[in-house]
Design a binder for this molecule. Sequence first.
Ligand SMILES: Nc1nc2c(c(=O)[nH]1)N[C@H]1C(S)=C(S)[C@@H](COP(=O)(O)O)O[C@H]1N2
Ligand SMILES: [Mo]
Length: 538
Amino acid sequence: MSQHAKPRSKGRRFFFWAALAGLISGAVFLAAAELFALIFARSASPILAIGGFVIDIVPQPFKEFAIATFGEYDKIALLAGLGLAVVIASAIGGILQFVRPPLGVVALVIAGALSTAAIVTRAGVTPLAFLPPVLGTIAGSIIIVLLVRRLRAWRTSVAPVGVDRVDDGDADADADAPAIAKPIGRRQFFLLAGIAGASAVIVGVASRAVSMTVASVANIREALKLPSPGTKVTVPQGAELDIPGLSTLFTPNKDFYRVDTALTVPTIDPSTWRLVIDGMVDQRVEMSFQDILDMGVDEYAITLTCVSNEVGGELVGNAMWLGVPLRDVLKKAGVKSGADMVLSKSVDGYTASTPLSALTDDNLDAILAVGMNGEPLPLEHGFPVRMVVPGLYGYVSATKWLTELKVTTFEKDEAYWTPRGYSAEAPIKFSSRIDTPKLGSAVDAGKIPIAGVAWAQSVGIERVEVKIDEGDWTPATLSTPINEDTWVQWFLEWDATPGTHYVAVRAINKNGDLQIEERAAIAPNGSSGWQRSLVRVN
Ligand SMILES: Nc1nc2c(c(=O)[nH]1)N[C@H]1C(S)=C(S)[C@@H](COP(=O)(O)O)O[C@H]1N2
Ligand SMILES: [Mo]
């Protein structure tokens, strides 16, 4: 072994730098994990997961001792203790990697595996929760390998010829490190150490800060109690059919489709939220969240549809919204003549262009929504305030995380999607969908229901017709509609015979129009066509 053949003072110095390399790698591991946790799984912070794990396994007397000693600072004391443990462990990891590569990497991988285990065994984890600690381990390992390789090159270059040319498992570094008394690798070591260390601190602190903001807004939302609706929607008898595989009348929030351009979900504290109404108005108006609530909120049942919904697709959902009419909000500012559009803006920069007439029409329930299916809007669905306009696709009407309504004209202003290949105005093309039997599925012969949903927001569905193979179009039985703005469920009893069958569906709206048969792509203003489904009967 060469180590003790070297001058001792120099060896000590390198151990110090090796410990620093370990520390930086540990910081990179944690910072990368925090960053990826923001992207993939908010609950996947290694430090917090291990902290939670420690809290869970620590015996009760010890917990009581901790609380007695640190009082309400017990959690902070725990985190500080964990932090100290991480500092010591990663310093040792760096020294291990320096003395016996790849032992430092092995130590990091073990730490990564432990934190992954702590994360994925916690309650309520998401499927991707393993990714942040795994990616963090990879990032930390790369940094420790690179740093220690440079450190070893540096040591080799300053060691007397022959002294340190012994097998130390890092042939790479030794091969390109000439044994001369000029410190090679030193600059590279400090350069990488500086960059990696600084990035880790910046990324780690920023990621943690963002996830803490998210957590606090999530808590505020959780604690928020919305006022009861002045007017409730009456859901009539027979509005909901009980057929397995059929969409429920109201789509639960957790299953509600989500479409937006937001990379991370905006988190807005309702107490600082403001809505500005400006543009072609008599007076610019600013409203707080409380101002909206003070207008008096009512219930509205409205089915939302995305322009990207393919024939038979899932980008449509029905909710009971709680909110206020947009026409009353606009009245506060007073709309000037000549305006024909409202450009709604989101805090994330997204904009939508809605025809003014759709928002001021007394017979149309265009609303600012604060509640969805009995709770405050979920963060992903626009908390604290969004728009919902019956009869228009979401991209031209349903702005989430709303912050401004600019009264303007189609000529003057353009929305986010308009220069990107979608129409400036886009009423929903009414449509029908087969929910059961599932496309391409196999069912047993006998009497089974064919069932699904159909929507024609702001007009209403008159009839749904089903065609089996080359048979006639047969009217399906409809559920009792709640109103014209919500979808209806439909079903037809079918005596299924063995073989392969085609099932097709089409709707007729209350104006007597037939659903468009011709297939159209989703761009520029929504898909059309009759859904035709293949069913195998055994
Ligand atoms: N801020 C913002 N609001 C938005 C969007 C967006 O990208 N950003 N997408 C719109 C589109 S295309 C649709 S279909 C609806 C979807 O609303 P949901 O995600 O609550 O289902 O939101 C609309 N509101
Ligand atoms: Mo959409």
